[in-house]
Design a protein around this ligand. Structure first.
Ligand code: MG
Length: 372
């Protein structure tokens, strides 16, 4: 049976103060994350149901399967119905197709959940992602408190997956003001089958949900760099010029700390390193201010939907003493990365006279960065 997904991207998103469907979350929008999970979970075709706010984001997606984009209605029900009608047109054989209806805001959905819902619909007629209620539930009516037995209580999620023909006819004959597809399906006389999905299949509804998704999607990168010490050069670390008899040798200003941090940021986003972005053969970068290069790295991250979240770095140098300059470096790094100074950790260590750093031949730096 052909597997089609109807991805609802038409909801209003006023609650968060920004559009939760089009704002990148660690490099991808909720719409793109949902699309990827649906396809990885077996969707062969996709119907995007959009609003004027989400239309552009959807039009820029590189959707690898056959798809169609249609405008949503005034209510969720009207949007679903429009999506199902479009799915019937997109299907090779609408009588032998499955439709998974999914809210784009539920973008943490796992491909396994999508697949389990499709499989259940193929064998049992429907597959509704749902989670059993484990908390104690009370109903309040005025001052009266009633314990609601939680046995058999389920919270509905998406995907909600059906045989296309049945759910479409249920919507055509049903009350589209219902807030979910299961109610419409039941009204039409069918029995839904629940597919247990986890609490991890949560929907981006509140600011707390957004922060939870950011925490789960945080990415990490590391960076390391070494430059030789030489006479007649300035010593610049973290954008701070440090008085010393030698400086670091390099094509740019050789700010080894900035270089390690840039590579950590780029690594976290799986982007090419600074040697690739700012080649030392390119005269444009001769004597370049590495903090300006860091600004460009942060801009590149933004273009890809990422932003720096936290940085921690270590300078490895026998001399000079770094302590008097650490806070100025942290402030520079925080400003360029657009994060609080409290999100930039910076330490310095000697190697107790050992290694090339200890012999005063070079200075090295290592860094870890997280991006969201
Ligand atoms: Mg370097």
């Amino acid at each position: 049976m052909e597997r089609i997904a109807v991805l609802l991207c038409a909801g209003h998103a006023a609650r968060m103060g920004f559009n939760k469907l089009t704002q990148p979350l660690a490099g991808k929008t909720a719409i793109e994350r949902s699309m990827d999970a649906l396809i990885a979970g077996g969707a062969e075709k996709l119907v995007f149901v959009v609003s004027p706010d989400t239309e552009k984001t959807v039009s820029l997606l590189a959707c690898p399967v056959a798809h169609t984009v249609i405008p949503g209605g005034d209510t969720r029900g009207a949007s679903v119905r429009a999506g199902l009608e479009a799915a019937a047109i997109l299907a090779d054989n609408p009588k032998d197709a499955l439709a998974a209806i999914h809210d784009a805001a539920r973008c943490m959905v796992k491909p396994e959940t999508v697949k389990a819902c499709f499989d259940s619909a193929a064998s049992k007629g429907s597959g509704i992602a749902a989670v059993a209620v484990v908390d104690t539930v009370f109903r309040t009516e005025g001052d009266t408190l009633t314990l609601v037995p939680r046995d058999g209580l389920w919270r509905m999620q998406t995907p909600q997956t059906f045989q296309l023909q049945k759910i479409l006819s249920a919507y055509r004959g049903g009350n589209v003001s219902a807030t979910d597809d299961v109610s419409i399906y039941r009204e039409a006389g069918y029995s839904p089958v629940f597919v247990p999905a986890g609490e991890g299949n949560f929907k981006l509804t509140t600011q707390a949900d957004w922060l939870r998704a950011e925490r789960e999607l945080t990415r990490y990168g590391t960076g390391f760099d070494t430059h030789c010490l030489a006479e007649g050069r300035k010593l610049i670390l973290g954008g701070v010029e440090i008085p010393f008899e030698k400086g670091l040798l390099g094509h740019s200003d050789a700010d080894v700390l900035a270089h390690a941090i840039m590579d950590a940021l780029l690594g976290a986003a799986a982007l090419p390193d600074i040697g690739h972005l700012f080649p030392d053969k390119d005269p444009a970068f001769e004597g370049a201010d590495s903090m300006e290069l860091m600004e460009r790295v942060v801009m590149l991250l933004r273009e890809k939907g990422f932003r720096p979240a936290q940085i921690d770095a270590t300078i490895i140098a026998q001399r000079p003493k770094m302590a008097p300059h650490i806070d100025a470096m942290r402030e520079n790094i925080a400003r360029v990365c657009g994060i609080g100074v409290d999100m930039v950790g910076l330490k310095a260590t000697t190697t107790e006279g050992m290694n090339d750093e200890g012999r005063g031949l070079c200075i090295s730096a290592s860094a870890i960065a997280t991006v969201i």
